[in-house]
Design a binder for this molecule. Sequence first.
Ligand code: 2PG
Ligand code: MG
Length: 428
Amino acid sequence: MKITSLDALQIFDSRGNPTVEVIATLEDGTTGHGLVPSGASTGHHEALELRDGDQSRFRGKSVFNAISHVHGEIAHAVVGRDVFDQSGLDAALISLDGTPGKSRLGANAILGTSMAVAQAAANAKRVPLYASLGDGTLLPLPEIQIFGGGKHAQGRIDIQDFMIMALTAKSYDETLEVTSNVFQAAADIMRQRGLLAGVADEGGYWPMFDRNEDVFDALLAAIELAGYTPGREVGISLDIAATDLFHDGHYTLGLEKRRFTTEEFAALMIEWVDKYPIVSIEDPMAEDDWEGWKIVRNAIGHRCQLIGDDHFTTNITRIERGIAANTANAVLIKLNQIGTVTETLAAIRRTQAAGWLPVVSARSGETEDAFIAHLAVATNAGQLKVGSFSRSERMAKWNEVLRIQRQLGSRARFIGAGIFSQAGISLP
Ligand code: 2PG
Ligand code: MG
């Protein structure tokens, strides 16, 4: 089935910033849309999101150049190709761009095209996207944000994501019920303490705390108020986003005016895992602090999931270096960090082949597209991170997994926190 045309337009993400939507049309009239998300705490090794930089329009953030690349060179290369040859099409886009970071045409232009074609292929086959992308049937364990900080809350607290994972839930539905209970209880706690002041970029509560550790106290109180035992039914998961805390060779917690060497910051991460029921930490160390990562991995990698986000940027070369150096045991998977569907699928497969865990993730700037819900199920990734349990750009993904569960019926599988044992992680 041939692709007959490609269209693109500037739409807006959940922060109201411009982003790219691409529409692929096939010879039988079938269409597929690809909506591109956008990060704020981005890694330096990510593929380039092409923005116009014209300060007179959308503060420099418009994406009209990326869109004209879709209408021009990209359409020229894609129209007439077979929609079912995703890897051939993605390879053609990569070589057409010709730069390592997709900086000439823009990773946003390329990814929008790649996603639109993947969706059009599923639509042409008249199957859901998850069934077209792979043969997985495993529903993911969610990692859901309760408090948001870091760059998503103007640095109000240093740590970016305070999340929970429903460890003993027997089904995907039950994970959402547990999350919903804790999310509402957290609002009660914040209200009681006079700290409720709106939500951060991914829908978690805006952090009116004075110390990073005060957030742990509020989170533990919320879990208990909801009727669960922290560490048994509900575990804590953090995204430190440590790249943003690392400047001039040191880590800084601005809220507490504390400065750390690599060894000291690694020791703090280990201390927190000893002190609190933490089951997962993302980016505990800065993206290129390979030595710091090794210290943390050696100390706690057998009992805590350690996810590389900025550290790997969904880039197979960096993932392979991490596997060889044993710096982590899990990889955050974001389509727009690498820029094509094929490379994203390869990053997931490589992670799984090493006995590590892929965690499929949204960006802080999201759209109504639920592509990643399908990607998580299609690849049996086992975990999904989409920010909080509020705001429709987040709920679109959680709800889509409910629909997939219904479609899969008795074929749907759920192992929840059982996924950790696949990476040799035993929770205490
Ligand atoms: C992250 C993501 C999502 P951003 O750091 O994992 O929480 O944030 O999209 O801003 O990189
Ligand atoms: Mg992150």
